[in-house]
Design a protein around this ligand. Sequence first.
Ligand SMILES: [Fe+2]
Ligand SMILES: [Fe+2]
Length: 177
Amino acid sequence: MADQSFTDALNEQISNEFAASQQYVGAAVYYDAETLPRLAAFFYRQAVEERNHAMIMVQYLLDTNEEVRIPDIKAQQTRYDDVTGPLRMALEQEKRVSDEIYALFKLARDTGDFRAEQFLAWFVKEQVEEVSSITDLLNVCERAEDSPLLIEDFLAREQIGDKGQDPTEPPAAGGAL
Ligand SMILES: [Fe+2]
Ligand SMILES: [Fe+2]
């Protein structure tokens, strides 16, 4: 029974990760339409990362012989009042996901589900990085709000959120994109 409730909770998180992916496509489209290609690229890449998070969770359920549910797609925001809007949304979103991951981790620990706890450890680490890179970008964006091209220059220089291959990343269903 305890296993089942973790499966339900993880299926819910799969839905959250796919929703985050769609939200980030929405943010990328906004920046692309504003001709801010580096910010757009950052969010297109984040969208793929979120999709991979969902697929890593799918692979875990497959590996543990549990039922996988693939969620419906909801419409997401593609218009914002200013260039910091998507980053504020993203920071709020990443903090929420961190809390969701901690709740999953706690559920695994409280039910003595060692394999689930071990699986989730990577996501705990991942959220530290995600919150950190979005916070950095939001700081820069707020400082240079009136001249978004400075943010574009910053992104061209600093490669925020582009961490390359992570050998500890768990396998994603169908292979990571
Ligand atoms: Fe994620
Ligand atoms: Fe994320």
